[in-house]
Design a binder for this molecule. Structure first.
Ligand code: GLC
Length: 441
């Protein structure tokens, strides 16, 4: 049976691989600009230019209890929210910076309200914390920095004045605040390291990337685990941790550890439309079929899916995000049993064409997701004699089984004894992706 493993020294992933589905929330000053959370660097804005968002930040419709209710109804069981993003702005009341939400016109500690509201709704609470900080005076100008196009001499002179060690101390102190003042935190999501070639600009070799040594990541992780031993940490500090986090692409197989070969605990992080922060003009919103399909595919490879919502500058989920969440809500209401507590199916089960399989972690039930709806029969090879009962998950209606050598009308094709045929209604049930539950013998 496929399984996950919690390594001794690392956080406890049992709940995580059971719950499978979470909500990412990217909210910050960039929500006002409404054109990607990287706009400060995409547009090479100066700190003064970016300051206008700080001065206008006032999400008058921020109601975290609403967010939490919507997340729960969509079937999401944990959430991760940006406590600080790359622009350095803190959504919590940190005593180590003035660049924080409590100094904006809004004035309230958003992270505190988020944590309380989500917990009250029974949703586990995670925090995203950017390792990158385009506001901090000790953070050197590098490949992703908004000032990367300054003349080389200016950059070098500026970087001389920076002290990255002092910056790492700042991070440690803030992480301590987050893990001390906000109750139990289930996930700490650091973002990100970029010290490899992909992040180089060939004509500007003086612009470096940054990685685990720049963050003093080992020490940072130790601080986190000392404060909250069960917490799960992602792998983006550059130090091996609990969760492997592919982004904006869907893996095609269950990733394994390069050295030990063991299956990794992993989480695909994805967006509804491409950008993480609220993006007014983006037209690349995923279809309902795609949203549901991505969740199913992820679990069928033993992973979790964390789907992002970027609330508007007023603090509500816009109607496109609401529609996407409602898509999950409608489907999860009836079909979540093929997601929670499920994982990749055992190798013996061969997926029929156009289908995707998951299996309960106790091995007793197999779920066939009908991504393409077949005509009349679903052929399951090698499965005769192994299934006790078959039903649709959305209404518990029986799916009749025919076993053995099946004489189709007017054909002489013989499929052999091992064939199990499921007899399907001619018209696809009114469910985006119908699920057949097989109760195994
Ligand atoms: C990225 C981006 C970012 C986003 C994150 C979420 O690497 O820098 O804006 O927060 O991924 O996974």
């Amino acid at each position: 049976m496929p399984f996950y493993k919690t390594r001794d020294t690392l956080g406890d992933a049992k709940w995580f691989v059971n719950d499978r589905f979470g909500m990412f929330i990217h909210f910050g000053l960039y929500s006002l600009a409404a054109r990607h959370e990287w706009l400060m660097t995409n547009e090479c804005m100066t700190a003064q230019e970016y300051q206008r968002y700080f001065e206008c930040f006032s999400p008058d419709m921020f109601e975290p209890a609403e967010w939490a209710r919507k997340a729960r109804k969509a079937g999401m069981r944990y959430a991760v929210m940006t406590a600080k993003h790359h622009d350095g702005f803190c959504l919590f009341d940190s005593q180590y910076t003035e660049y924080k939400v409590t100094n904006t016109p809004y004035g309230r500690d958003i992270i505190r309200e988020y944590a309380e509201a989500f917990r009250a709704e029974g949703i586990r609470v995670g925090l995203y914390y950017s390792l990158i900080d385009w506001n901090h005076p000790d953070f050197t100008i590098d490949v992703h920095h908004p000032r990367r196009n300054d003349p080389q001499e200016v950059i070098e002179a500026y970087n001389q004045t920076c002290d990255m060690h002092r910056y790492t101390e700042y991070m440690q102190k803030q992480v301590k605040e987050l893990l001390t003042n906000y109750g139990k935190i289930d996930i700490m999501w650091f973002d990100f390291s970029y010290d490899n070639e992909r992040h180089m600009i060939p004509e500007k070799p003086y612009l470096r990337g940054k990685g685990k040594d720049d963050w003093e990541a080992e020490q940072l992780l130790k601080t986190v685990r000392d404060l909250q031993p069960d917490i799960l940490i992602d792998n983006r500090t550059g130090v091996e941790a609990d969760i492997w986090t592919p982004e904006q692409h869907q893996p095609t197989e269950w990733a394994t550890h390069p050295v030990t070969g063991e299956k990794l605990v992993w989480e695909a992080c994805q967006t509804f439309s491409g950008s993480w922060g609220y993006h007014r003009d983006e037209q690349t919103w995923k279809s309902p079929e795609m949203l549901i399909g991505m969740l199913i595919h992820t679990v069928s490879l033993g992973g979790n899916l964390i789907m992002n919502v970027g609330p508007t500058g007023r603090g509500y989920f816009d109607e496109r995000a609401e529609r996407a969440l409602e898509t999950y809500e409608k489907w999860m209401k009836y079909n979540s049993r093929s997601i929670y507590g499920c994982t990749q199916a055992e190798e013996d089960w061969e997926s029929p064409r156009g289908c995707c399989l998951t299996q309960s972690q106790d091995g007793k039930r197999l779920y066939i997701h009908l991504l393409e709806y077949p005509f009349a029969y679903l052929e399951l090879r090698g499965m005769a004699g192994k299934v006790k009962y078959a039903q649709f998950l959305h209404d518990y209606s029986e799916v009749q089984m025919i076993e053995g050598d099946v004489p189709y009308m007017n054909t002489s094709i013989s499929y052999g004894e091992k064939l199990l045929l499921l007899k399907l209604p001619p018209v696809k049930p009114n469910v985006i992706v119908p699920v057949i539950e097989l109760i195994l013998k």
